[in-house]
Design a protein around this ligand. Structure first.
Ligand code: TYD
Ligand code: MG
Length: 452
């Protein structure tokens, strides 16, 4: 049986693969993005004797005693699930300028002493990196800087020198000479990631790879890199604000719900161990259209302020906008307010905003969204020491949420005195929570009555 060389075409924009060349990608609709890649099939490799596969019993597989390195940045270690797993490939992604290179240098400084760290930069000169390191007070003699973009040369160095941790900044600048497309293209990004992956796994060295987000909000070649790597961390935040949220969107060695909160200052990123206090710090008292809620991010309760601004529509269709909360869910809540409560928003523009760049994915935030909109519509402020927790159902009922005691305790800890909660969740609170009055409600109507 003759081995075959397989030719296929990959879209440079979305990673879609096809056996035929097309002018327009069938998946994402972009023009002129299909690029040829050549691969040997398994049959071809077998014929050439390059493949000898083995399997072993799960009992016989040994792992080293301590499978993780601690970065000693607790916010980061928690997001990673307890430190960097040896031999794992972590993709660190985010908008340009968000602080990816900064946090890498800070990891290199804080990580347990004696580890040899290789920082490879394809973006900056050694001098520029040194200036940043000085600004961050990083002078770890075990931090090695390499300015190189040739992936094969870098992997060769890793194989020879075996550093303990490798950082690649960024994958979009890396290039394999034998691959014909330009650096940053889907094909280069995929092949480079694959080669780093092989090298890391072979030597049991963790590799952190920086990936810039493209204008669509995705990492270049999203499908291809995200499923190859072990963990994907997103660095989020508004450029003009100093807060940064690190979120795991994929993690083979930990939970994906954890977030780490940082603040960018003149000495780099500082951890924010008490995010609730930070997120509420700018809140004005006595202003309508604002309601506090408590969401669970990973294992932690976090208080967040939801703001609703309701203004009369100039003409035509009313505008709806939402930042930090699902747009469709906002429309659903507006529909429930209209149908079940009789509050009409159809002549009003409605803007919803979650303060501090936080994204509320949990339905437990529904009640605060509804109350901030009602408060905004009526222009009546909600008592500033009250928080609201609950999921809204389509019949206008307030449904129970998980871990209610944790949420209420967090509110009490930050000085809130009243907490509107779903009646159905009341039985989950067994002990007494000091300093806070619980207001159990069954329907959205009851909750609105209360804040009126
Ligand atoms: P950087 O880590 O270079 O971002 P990325 O690698 O994600 O593109 O961060 C650059 C931004 O951070 C830049 O706007 C300057 C700012 N910054 C500080 O505010 N303080 C600091 O100590 C450092 C090093 C950077
Ligand atoms: Mg950078």
């Amino acid at each position: 049986m003759a081995g075959k060389i397989k030719v296929s075409y990959v879209c440079n924009s979305c990673g879609y693969e096809s056996v035929k060349w097309m002018g327009k990608c069938a998946a994402c609709g972009e023009w002129n993005t299909m690029e040829e890649i050549v691969r040997e099939t398994v049959a071809a490799k077998q014929n050439s004797g390059a493949i000898t596969v083995k399997a072993q019993s799960v009992k016989d597989i040994s792992v080293s005693d301590e499978p993780r390195y601690l970065t000693n940045i607790p916010e980061l270690d928690r997001v990673l699930g307890g430190g960097i797993v040896k031999g794992s490939i972590v993709l660190l992604s985010g908008d340009p300028g968000i602080g990816k290179s900064t946090i890498l240098l800070q990891i290199a400084d804080k990580v347990q002493k004696g580890l040899k760290i290789l920082y490879v930069s394809g973006e900056e000169s050694a001098g520029q990196i040194k200036i940043r390191a000085q600004r961050l007070n990083v002078d770890n003699e075990n931090l090695l800087i390499m300015t190189e973009t040739d992936v094969e040369a870098i992997c060769d160095y890793i194989n020879r020198e075996k550093p303990d941790i490798v950082m690649i900044d960024s994958i979009q600048t890396m290039q394999i000479a034998g691959v014909s497309s330009t650096a940053g293209s889907v094909v280069q990004v995929r092949e480079s990631t694959n080669l780093f992956l092989k090298t890391g796994k072979k030597n049991n060295i963790p590799i952190i790879i920086v990936g810039h987000v493209n204008k669509g909000g995705e990492i270049a070649g999203p499908k291809i890199t995200e499923h190859i790597v072990d963990a994907v961390l997103y660095f989020e935040g508004e450029r003009n604000q100093s807060y940064r949220i690190l979120r795991a969107v994929k993690n083979r060695f930990g939970s994906t719900n954890e977030i780490g909160v940082f603040e960018m200052g003149d000495k780099g990123l500082a951890e924010v161990p008490n995010p609730s206090a930070m997120l509420l710090s700018g809140k004005l008292d006595g202003v309508s259209g604002s309601c506090i809620t408590c969401v669970i991010e990973g294992t932690r309760p976090i208080l967040a302020e939801v703001q609703g601004l309701v203004t009369s529509t100039g003409f035509g269709n009313p505008r709806r906008a939402s930042t930090g909360f699902d747009y469709n869910r906002l429309n659903l809540i507006l529909a429930v307010l209209e149908k079940r409560i009789g509050l009409y928003f159809s002549n009003f523009d409605t803007y919803l905003n979650v303060v501090g760049g936080l994204r509320l994915d949990e339905p437990a935030a529904d009640l605060a969204v509804a109350l901030s909109l009602v408060s905004g519509l009526r222009d009546i402020p909600i008592d500033s020491k009250t928080i609201a927790i609950g999921e809204i159902g389509l019949s206008g009922e307030i449904r129970s949420v998980s871990r209610i005691a944790t949420r209420v305790s967090e509110a009490a800890r930050l000085g809130f005195t009243k907490c509107i909660i779903p009646k159905a969740s009341l039985k989950q609170i067994t002990g007494e929570i000091k300093g806070i009055e619980l207001i159990p409600v069954k329907t959205l109507g009851e909750a609105i009555e209360y804040v009126k």
